[in-house]
Design a protein around this ligand. Structure first.
Ligand code: FES
Length: 107
């Protein structure tokens, strides 16, 4: 996986967007850190750290929709834009598609 550095951000190509079925998430390990990338049914992409801050549930395996993911272990709901939940939060990452490839930005 080749990383490109521009100013203070690092852009990481993660592969083809079609590798993530619509309405699901996938986990990518970036620099040793598991990151969940979600492809909503409307095609929007979101990225968060994969481990739920409650007890480490794999968020990439959660149910997604309407800009939210529900943790598969205890059903906490996280906003995929802000990472916020009722009493905790996950880190979010900018993610986009260029030429059919997912590009994740690390700050
Ligand atoms: S591990 Fe995610 S809600 Fe408990």
């Amino acid at each position: 996986m080749e990383m490109k550095r521009a100013a203070l951000e690092i852009v990481v190509p993660l592969g083809p967007v079609d590798a993530i079925p619509l309405g699901q998430g996938c986990t990518y390990v970036v620099d040793g850190c598991p990151i969940a990338v979600f492809r909503q049914r409307d095609g929007q992409l979101f990225a968060t750290e994969n481990a739920c801050p409650h007890r480490g549930g794999p968020l990439a395996e959660g149910i997604i929709g309407d800009g939210k993911v529900i943790c598969p272990l205890h059903a906490r709901q996280f906003d995929l834009v802000t990472g916020a939940s009722q009493d905790c939060a996950v880190k979010t990452y900018p993610v986009r598609v260029e030429g059919g490839e997912i590009l994740l930005t690390l700050a």
